[in-house]
Every structure is written in C-alpha cells, then in structure tokens.
Design a protein around this ligand. Structure first.
Ligand SMILES: Cc1ccc(CCc2c3nc[nH]c3cc3c(=O)[nH]c(N)nc23)cc1
Length: 376
C-alpha cells in the first residue's frame, strides 16, 4: 500500500491524498460505508458501485468469524470473491465488537473470551488468532487487535488498558510476519492509538504507534460517548505526533460535523454506522440539516427527498412517498434512505477534498458546519 499526499490546506491541517492498494485507489478524505457481515445493509453491490461509488467498504472480523465462518470464506477465495466486491475492503479486528456486542466477555492479557451473540457459544480472540482470521478474510487493510478503552474511565484504567493495547500490538506485528497472505494480494496493517481522553496518555500512545512504522495509523477509543470537544482535543494531540506521510483513520466517526472538524485536524479516513443505521430509522442527512421522514409534516410534501440530491433516489422519489413507505414499514423505504444517506456522506467528503485542493476548505467548512446544525 502507498499514500501520496497531494495537497495540505494552508488554514488548517486538512489534507487531500491518494492511497493505492492491489484493489485500486482510495481518494482521501474518504468515508467508508460499514458492511459489517459482508453487506452494506439493504444495498446491492451493483447499486453501491453505480450510485454511491465508495473506493472502500468495511467488514468485521467478529461477525464474519461467527458467520459465515472463516472456512467458508477461505474456500471462496476470501471476502472479495465471496461478496463479489473487487474494490478495497478494511476489516476491524473484532476487539471493539466483542467489547460492545457480547455482554459476556472476559478480557485478560492472553486475549478475550466471549460468548457469541448468535448462539451463545464460547470463543476466544487473541492478537495472534485475530491476525490469522484477518488473513483468511483477506481485507486490503487490517486492524490491530486492541482494547477500545471504555468511556468514561479513571486514569489508572486508561493507562493499563493502553499499555495492554501496546503489548497486543507487538504480538500482532510478530505474528503477521509468520503468516503469509493467502490470496496473492497485499494486506496493509494499521495499529490503533488509545489513551482515552487523557492528553498525556494520548501523546504516549501516539508516539508508540508512530514508532511501529506501519503504512497507516488509526485512532481508536473515541466516538464512545465522549463530548465532541474532547474528541477534537484528542485528535489534535494525536495528529500532531502521527507521521504526516501516512494515512490517519479515525475509527467510528461520525456525524457530518464531526467529519468536517476532524478533516481540519488532519484525519484522512472515517467510518460510522450513522448513515446506514439512521437511514433504517428514517433519519435523513441533508445539506440543510436533519429530516425525520416519519414526521407528519412530510405527509403531503411532494418535493424531492433532497433537491440538491447526490443520488438518483433524491429526485426519483418525493418526501411524501418515502414517509408513506416508512409508515407502512415497506423495506423499500429503508433501501431508499440508505442510498440517500450514504450518497450524502460520500458527497460531503468528496466536496471537502475538492475544497482542500482549491485552497478554500476552511471557509467552506465553517459555512457547512453552521448550515448542517439545523433540525428541519
Ligand atoms: C464494520 C466496522 C464497524 C465499526 C468499526 C469501528 C469500530 C470502533 C469504533 N467505533 C466507534 N468508536 C470506535 C473505537 C474503536 C477502537 O478503539 N478500536 C477498534 N478496533 N474499533 C473501534 C470498524 C468496522
């Protein structure tokens, strides 16, 4: 994997770049749609390509390991072939999902014992076996096995959790050297910065991760309930330490405003379940603010979903029709809203990239942040 920095904004730390892997280029800043179990819920791969056109989507080690299981993926020749997606895929390492999904889990130095949320069976993730699972899934970018430090927590806990994540990072790196890639293309490995919301721990973790010398770096432990101001403060500290010539991935972020503010702080890659999860609840993101399509006020509004729309659904269907689909619980409603929200997020980061290259990003960002804060 290589990263070319094309342009850095003069009024902020925003950057425009290109990541190149064996499955094509990724123009940054980029938003990565969440495709947890090998599908972006409710959207065909063909629709994804034609209408949303993401350079990369996310998969999840925890979910894919439990279902369809690694042997099924291996026989298919990896996740790309299994789901018929020939562009980039990034998989998270599963640590976060174990911490957030399976209520029953025991975190020890060796690894994490957990109960499957599907059938209650017991499983064990360690830095070593999670590296093997990600080799088998075959994503182009794979994440270190870390502990996403719960929020809030006291300093002692954050410090011990951070050091364990650093020890687990060393075990991931050592093991990866012993397990060759399985399908003939390269897999990039990203370590993850922790340290909760303590500036000194964040600086310490950023130094440790920077010293690992990986081709890309991630910031974890945020977007876990902390106030946005604290998220921005931690990103400021960490992006001042992480190398400039490597992409920076801020995990699980965020709202459109979070994304613009963090692009200004030097973040290149984002993922978030909001556009897809909120879509399924009828919450639409537009450049003028939020729309809850189930609200009665849209019942006889025959205007397009979003006149400024970025995808064909925005002008093919009216607000009244989309509201009817949600009220009637028709699953076409969820599909339309998902394509709309993902189209909005892709537009937002592409427009940010255009503004950075034009040198007008900062003023545009300030205008957009004000404009999107309204609730329609
Ligand atoms: C499919 C998929 C879904 C979700 C993710 C990111 C999930 C995610 C976080 N989401 C919000 N905050 C988060 C923090 C962390 C973190 O500290 N470490 C890891 N490994 N993942 C995180 C990756 C892939």
């Amino acid at each position: 994997m290589k990263f070319d920095l094309l342009h850095t904004d003069i009024n902020s730390k925003a950057r425009a770049g290109v990541i190149t892997t064996d499955h094509g280029v990724i123009e940054t800043p980029i938003f990565m749609p969440v495709g947890t179990a090998g599908t972006v819920k409710g959207v065909h791969q063909r629709e994804l390509k034609d209408d949303i056109n993401p350079d990369i989507i996310l998969g999840n080690t925890y979910h894919l390991y439990l279902r369809p299981k690694t042997e099924i993926l291996e026989k298919a020749g990896g996740l790309h072939k299994f789901m018929n997606w020939d562009r980039n895929i990034l998989t998270d390492s599963g640590g976060f999902q174990v911490y957030s999904l399976s209520g029953r889990r025991k975190i020890k130095e060796e690894g994490v014992k957990f109960k499957s949320h599907i059938d209650g069976s017991y499983h064990f993730f360690s830095p070593e076996n999670v590296m093997e699972i990600q080799r088998t899934i075959g994503a182009d970018i794979i994440m270190a096995f870390d502990e996403c430090t719960p929020y809030p927590c006291d300093y002692r806990y954050a410090q011990r959790s951070m050091h364990m994540t650093h020890r687990w990072l060393d075990r991931c790196i050592n093991h990866l050297e012993k397990v060759p890639t399985k399908y003939g293309y390269d897999q990039a490995f990203f370590p993850i910065v922790q340290g909760s919301t303590f500036k000194d721990l964040r600086a310490q973790s950023a130094e440790y991760i920077a010293n690992a010398g990986a081709v890309g770096n991630a910031i974890g432990g945020l977007s876990v309930g902390e106030p946005a101001e604290e998220m921005y403060e931690m990103c400021e500290v960490v992006t001042n330490i992480l190398p400039k010539d490597k992409p920076r991935y801020l995990m699980g972020v965020g709202t459109p405003i979070n994304i613009l503010e963090n692009i200004a702080l030097g973040i290149d890659m984002f993922d978030c379940v909001m556009p897809t999860r909120n879509a399924r609840n009828g919450m639409l993101f537009t450049s003028e603010g939020f729309i809850n399509i189930k609200n009665k006020k849209w019942a006889d509004d025959y205007s397009p979903i979003d006149p400024m729309g970025n995808t064909w659904v925005d002008t093919d269907y009216s607000k009244a029709y989309l509201r009817h689909l949600f009220v009637a619980d028709e699953y076409l409603g969820k599909q339309i809203a998902t394509i709309h929200n993902l189209g909005f997020y892709m537009w937002l980061v592409r427009e940010a990239r255009r503004q950075i290259i034009a040198g007008t990003f900062y003023a545009w960002k300030e205008k957009m942040v004000k404009q999107m804060a309204t609730r329609l």
